[in-house]
Design a protein around this ligand. Sequence first.
Ligand code: OOB
Length: 546
Amino acid sequence: MTAATTPGVDAPTWPAEFAERYRAAGYWRGETFGGVLRERAGTHPDRIALIDPAPSRRTWTYRQLDEHADRLAAGFTERGIRKGDRVVVQLPNIGEFIEVVFALFRIGALPVYALPAHRDTEIAYFCSFAEAVAYVVPDRHAGYDHRDLAARVKKDTPSLEHVFVVGDPGEHTALADVDGDPAVLESLTAPEPHELAFLQLSGGTTGRPKLIPRTHDDYLYSLWGSNEICGVDAGTRFLVVLPAAHNFPMSSPGWLGVLYAGGTVVMSPGTDPDTAFPIIAEERVTMTGLVPPLALVWTQAGPETRYDLSTLELILVGGAKYSEAAARRLEPALGCKLMQVFGMAEGLVNYTRLDDDPETVVTTQGLPISPDDEIRVVDDADRDVAEGAFGHLLTRGPYTIRGYWKAPEHNARSFTEDGFYRTGDIVRRTPTGHLVVEGRAKDQINRGGEKIAPEEIENIILGHPSVHDVSVVAVPDEYLGERSLAYVILRADAAPLRSVAVKRFVRERGVAAYKVPDLVEFVDVFPQTGIGKISKKQQRSAAEQH
Ligand code: OOB
């Protein structure tokens, strides 16, 4: 059974019999993002959809969000952006993020979600690999000028015709000037539910991040499925604390889930309690999602805060392993319920349930969203392990992709022949079916929820003239869960190098700051496996001494 392909979609998709099954079961409702917003704007136009509290408070009703998306969509159309075109969106947690994304959804152009932390290396790659026609940035964010970054990338990317800037555009186009007459949209072919809605980024295990093609049908199912589990409704006021472009705050249940339910999305410009707590008090926030290190900080700050957090009902924690000890402290410290979430941008998302007993909530990472999420736990030869034993997690289902965008060789390794995604996670299943994440088989570092592909950083460090070889591994860290350590072998004739010089070298290549190795250690040799490959396993256990 091989995966099907859809014309215009450069990735394998669900075979027809699966697509039919998912439609018949009612998972795929035949809706599109643009259509959903239009419908909500029709039924409750004056309800507040979006609040951006900083620097001066702005709000959007559902009608306003819909109208702004239309005008922007028309402006993009007038500038030649068409259905199927890719647009790299790199915006922080501001209202414009949501306007831009819905404008692109409406015309069927595909957002490619970059993180605000990404720099030249990543952005240039996304733009060229996706053959993006446009790139959307803030003028400055966190002390960094994105207009300069955009100018450098544009010079080297032939496909890139437009740079749109929120704020002062410099040499580029102000997003505020992208304002067309929605009448132009009437002659366009609307996107269809089975078509791609956007490209999400994978955490990655290879030298280059992979792009994850998600359709309207499949992603919308993950939203309303999440809403049912998390109790999201029109009264939900959700604070977007993590970067809005990441799959977790976007869809689990995230800002998209909350808009689907007719609730209110509140953007947080920062993650620290000093920024987020006053917004929670002011905007009467009921729900949010955090990575474990942030949950620790909030748990510490909660009991002492002078802000009223009593509206908070639910905090979701996921993206990396949340220790049981930390999980036990959250509810008493913040006065709300905890839900663990174990998800991935490729699809499968698991949640503990609101009615799970407290022990299950603190000791497991939950159950899949869908009864049709197929879960296999297998050994190295893809044989099912015994009930309750550890193994590799494989999954297939109504919102898990069948392949990455334009990556046939990688797809052959990352998916089984019958379409199961190899998550790279080591899990076991409890008798109730709850998954417990025990570790990871993939070569990746999970730095407090931010994923690093060692190979990507190794390739950069190998470019240093004094470096003979390098291996990047995870080191356990009390706060972040893991940090990164680069073991470096210098060339025989090279002058000694300091670790700061290696870090600076990586930073100067222009990568997200979280990917710069936290530690660098110079060694003479690497431990080897029986067949002479570098033994990362031995390196990791040596690194535990740090
Ligand atoms: C989320 O998505 P990604 O794509 O950044 O990372 C996925 C990987 C998983 O394969 C797993 O290795 C790790 O992140 N992970 C967890 C975890 N949640 C994610 N490991 C242990 N415990 C957890 N609770 O990280 C993501 C996407 C949607 C919702 C939540 C997280």
